[in-house]
Design a protein around this ligand. Structure first.
Ligand SMILES: Cc1ncc(COP(=O)(O)O)c(C=O)c1O
Length: 404
């Protein structure tokens, strides 16, 4: 599909790849849902050959299934990677990426030695690093990935074998220069994992900038309709892909075929949704900036955002659908009262849906951090994060203004 432009590939890749002979010489327009856990072959010899072919054949759904493979083909094409592994959640895709990126060439054991991570990661990712990897004696250090001098110094001090970052951070919306980070990391022989959940492939494609893995929580923008939980990892090279695939099979991380179909359907409208959400977010951010009950608005589309120019260059002028803002009355009580007064915007713990959603990071994404740790991250008691949906932006704004 690579000869078509991105928006065309969003709609078509992965569909209609079935064998016509199996469908009375017709082709289903959209990839069918194969719920079957097992696949039969006409002879034991053919089954033996299918086993020998590994991930390229379908034998048992934990190893691969045509519906899941259709989604993987779509994501590999969009991200311009060697291949993708669809997982049961964003967290499982991240865990898989960390294991695979930390496996030295030719080794069979997952073995990250030292992970250098963004200081302002999604809360559950930070918990995974602390409670799982650090607890198993993997060294974990942190730096501000939007500060290249700090990244360079941290790579030379710690010599990590894995660098993990979110291209657009959550909830402070800092933008990282992936290409420059990859340059420093690869010089030090470290592999780079980019969690691009918030940016989506519509804003940027980290593998094209040299990253080794890109990871998405498909639960967010890719699915986009609040009805499927999933994660996707896309690998830049065949070796990284094979390593990730092997661990995914061994650990049983595979996504279910029903979710795969829902997420694939969501991705077909990703371009339309993200552009609309970006346009609406800019209108809303500009209006909130002028509101007397708002202390500050964080949106990279605003010219005063410190990463506005870099992001503008690297994302063709799109800044995504997330806005964070701090209430002038920066207390938990005021934040709760504000959320309780909203009528249209849903207080749902997620982002990237067609519906506008509001979250309060201290009780949701960053709940597992204590007050001091949150303060260190710049997450105060007045901070709220709005995920702009595809509704009319004026209705979203009216709801915010009434609640303020
Ligand atoms: C940036 C980011 N990465 C990963 C995840 C985890 O995704 P999931 O909830 O699908 O496991 C989230 C969830 O909010 C997220 O925001």
């Amino acid at each position: 599909m690579c000869s078509y432009r991105f928006d065309t590939r969003l709609v078509h890749t992965g569909e209609r790849s079935v064998n016509r002979a199996d469908w009375h010489n017709a082709t289903p327009t959209s990839a069918p849902i194969h719920g079957s856990t097992t696949f039969l072959y006409p002879t034991a010899q053919a089954l033996d050959a299918a086993f020998a072919a590994g991930g390229d054949q379908v034998v048992y759904t934990r190893w691969g299934n045509p519906t899941i493979q259709a989604l993987e083909a779509l994501m590999a094409d969009l991200e311009e990677g060697r291949g993708a592994v669809a997982c049961s959640s964003g967290m499982s895709a991240l865990y898989l990426a960390l294991l695979a990126a930390g496996t030295p060439r030719g080794a069979t054991e997952p073995h990250p030695r030292h992970i250098l991570a963004s200081r302002d990661l999604y809360g559950a990712t930070e918990t995974l690093l602390r409670d799982f990897f650090a607890a198993q004696s993997v060294a974990v250090s942190y730096c501000d990935m939007s500060d290249l001098a700090e990244v360079k110094a941290a790579i030379s001090t710690h010599a990590p074998d894995v660098v993990l970052l979110e291209s657009l951070s959550n909830p402070l919306l800092k933008w990282a220069d992936v290409e420059a980070i990859v340059h420093y990391a690869h010089q030090a022989d470290a592999r780079v994992i980019v969690d691009a959940t918030l940016a989506t492939p519509v804003l940027h494609r980290p593998l094209v900038q040299g990253a080794d893995f890109v990871v998405h929580s498909a639960t967010k923008y890719l699915g986009g309709h609040a009805d499927a939980t999933g994660g996707i990892l896309v690998a830049r090279t065949g070796l990284l892909l094979d390593t990730a695939r092997r661990y995914a099979i061994q650990l049983g991380m595979i996504l279910g075929p029903f979710e795969a179909r829902l997420i694939m359907r969501g991705i077909h409208t990703l371009g339309l949704r993200v552009r609309r959400q970006s346009e609406s977010a800019l209108i809303i951010a500009q209006a909130l900036q002028k509101h007397p009950r708002i202390r500050r608005v964080i949106y990279p589309g605003l010219s005063e955002h410190p990463h506005h120019s870099l992001m503008s260059l690297q994302t063709c002028g799109l800044f995504g659908g997330l806005i964070s803002f701090e209430l002038a009355n920066a207390t938990r009580e005021a934040a709760f009262a504000f959320m309780n007064r909203l009528k249209l915007i849903l207080p749902a713990t997620s982002l990237g849906d067609i519906y506008s959603l509001i979250t309060y990071p201290p009780i949701s994404s960053h709940r597992e951090l204590n007050e001091a740790q949150r303060a260190e991250h710049g997450i105060g008691d007045g901070l709220l994060r709005l995920s702009v949906g595809i509704e009319d932006p004026q209705d979203i704004l009216t709801d915010l203004e009434s609640a303020l």
